[in-house]
Design a protein around this ligand. Structure first.
Ligand code: GLN
Length: 246
C-alpha cells in the first residue's frame, strides 16, 4: 500500500487567488507520481484541525479576506508555530505570507497582526505591485511567477529572502530587490500564478522534506508511466521558465 502524506490547504475559502489552488493540484499530483498517497485536508476557519499534517499550503487573498481569517489564525498560531519550528514544510503565498510575518498594516490604516513565523513586516501603499516576477534563488535556481499586492514587505536583519529579483518584477518592496522569505522549511513568497506547476524544484523540496520527516527517507515507487508523466510535466515547466527568462 502506498505511504500516505497528509497535505493541508489553509483557508482556501478566503485565501486562494490568481491560481493558488494550482499549488495543491501540483503537490497532490506529484506525490502520486512518486508513488505516495496524497491525503488532502481543506481547512477553513472554524473547521476541525486534522490529527496529522505533513505539509501546509496557503494562498493569497484580498485585504478583506485576510481580515476574515486573522481571528482563526491566532487560534491556530501555536500549532502552526510549533509545526514550523519542528520542520514541517509550508508554502505561504502573498496574503498568508504577510500574516505569517509580524503584521500587515493595510492601506486604510488597519493593522492586522501576524503570527510571527517570519521576521518580516508589511505596509500597504497606494500603488499596487502587479506583474510577472522572475527571481533567482540560491536553493531553487530561477523561480517564476506573478505578483499582485499593495503590501510592501521588509525583512528583519538576518532573515533570508526566497530569492533576489534582478530582471522582472518588484518583489517584497521594490527597494532592496529581495523577494519572499525562507525560515527553516517554511517558504513565504509573493509568487502566484501558480507557483509550483512552473517551479518543480520548490514542489519537490516540499515533497521530499515532508516524506523524509514522516518516513525517514524519500524513496519514490514509480512505474514507467509515472516516470514518463513526471518528465513530461517537468519539461513543460522548463518551457515556462525559458519563456519567462527570455
Ligand atoms: N491583500 C494583500 C496585498 O494587497 C495581499 C494580496 C495578495 O494576496 N495577492 O498586499
Amino acid at each position: 500500500m502506498a505511504k500516505a502524506i497528509d497535505v493541508m490547504s489553509l483557508y482556501p475559502k478566503d485565501m486562494n487567488i490568481y491560481g493558488d489552488w494550482g499549488n495543491v493540484l501540483t503537490i497532490t499530483r506529484r506525490l502520486a507520481l512518486y508513488g505516495y498517497e496524497p491525503r488532502l485536508y481543506v481547512y477553513n476557519q472554524g473547521d476541525a484541525w486534522p490529527g496529522h499534517v505533513d505539509m501546509i499550503l496557503g494562498g493569497g487573498g484580498q485585504d478583506n479576506g485576510q481580515k476574515k481569517i486573522t481571528e482563526d489564525l491566532f487560534l491556530r498560531a501555536d500549532e502552526l508555530r510549533s509545526l514550523a519550528a519542528g520542520g514541517t514544510p509550508m508554502l505561504t503565498i502573498c496574503g498568508l505570507y504577510q500574516l505569517f510575518g509580524e503584521y500587515f498594516e493595510t492601506i486604510d490604516g488597519t493593522r492586522l497582526d501576524g503570527i510571527g513565523i517570519f521576521g518580516v513586516y508589511t505596509k500597504g501603499r497606494d500603488v499596487r505591485m502587479i506583474g510577472n516576477l522572475v527571481e533567482h534563488s540560491k536553493q531553487f535556481g530561477d523561480v517564476i511567477g506573478y505578483e499582485n499586492h499593495s503590501g510592501q514587505t521588509f525583512l528583519r536583519e538576518g532573515v533570508q529572502p526566497l530569492g533576489m529579483v534582478d530582471a522582472e518584477g518588484t518583489g517584497n518592496n521594490g527597494e532592496d530587490h529581495t523577494e519572499g522569505a525562507m525560515v527553516g522549511n517554511v517558504i513565504g513568497t509573493y509568487m502566484h500564478g501558480s507557483l509550483l506547476p512552473k517551479n518543480p524544484a520548490i514542489a519537490d523540496f516540499l515533497i521530499r522534506t515532508a516524506v523524509e520527516r514522516r518516513y525517514g527517507e524519500f524513496q519514490p515507487q514509480q512505474g514507467e508511466q509515472q516516470r514518463a508523466d513526471l518528465a513530461r510535466i517537468n519539461a513543460v515547466a522548463e518551457q515556462a521558465r525559458e519563456v519567462a527568462a527570455a
